[in-house]
Design a protein around this ligand. Sequence first.
Ligand code: ADP
Ligand code: TYD
Length: 212
Amino acid sequence: MSVKPGLFISLDGVDGAGKSTHLEWLITQIQAQGIEVVATREPGGTPLGEQLRELLLHQAMEVKTEALLMFAARNEHLSQVIEPALAEGKWVVCDRFSDASFAYQGGGRQLGVEAMATLENWVHPHRQPDRTWLFDVPLAVAQERLQHAREPDRFEQEAQAFFQRTREAYLLRAQLHPQRIHVIDGHRSIDAIRHELSQGLNQLFKRYHEPL
Ligand code: ADP
Ligand code: TYD
């Protein structure tokens, strides 16, 4: 008997926009429907990917190297974790995916959209999340929230202009893919955001349960 493939959800946004705050809650909501969920993250999600994450977050490197390693980790992640889970009917909830490369490497690091599109087309020409929630807040809010966070990594140490470019690249991507990417105004209460996410989840459950 063929298994109905699971859905792929990603959460994204500049550091401090608030996505991690909703991750566990989202997973619980999906599990409450009796659906098995694989929770994972990028860069990371596999043993090699987690090693690459350590390097990416803490080791200085050329900008192109950084982009290539993001996609190298992603390639492992897709083939070892994401694709098998979806094929088994599990849902995958991923803390960041390729939109982060378009935003941070394409925008923040100024490698541009074309270079990212080339890597994306090579690594996952036929796979995109079924839904991406892009958390967006004014930069001042994100920075203020990060002040209270732990030791900053290589990205979190970047200047304001870097995050401005990153945020703009995210929003451009959302404009280009309005069906998939839903922008969440993260400058609201956690409850208000959850209400919106919960409506979005209900749409996904409906889509998933519809007969093929
Ligand atoms: P991200 O994962 O996007 O970097 P986090 O979810 O870790 O961001 O949130 C960063 C900080 O902001 C945390 O201290 C968190 O408690 C706080 N935070 C998250 N969402 C909100 C919100 N809607 N209102 C106020 N503070 C928030
Ligand atoms: P994240 O796990 O969100 O960090 P934290 O646990 O501190 O919230 O993401 C790690 C960093 O990696 C984040 O600053 C964004 C960056 N990143 C990229 O630059 N490009 C990418 O493709 C991905 C997936 C992440």
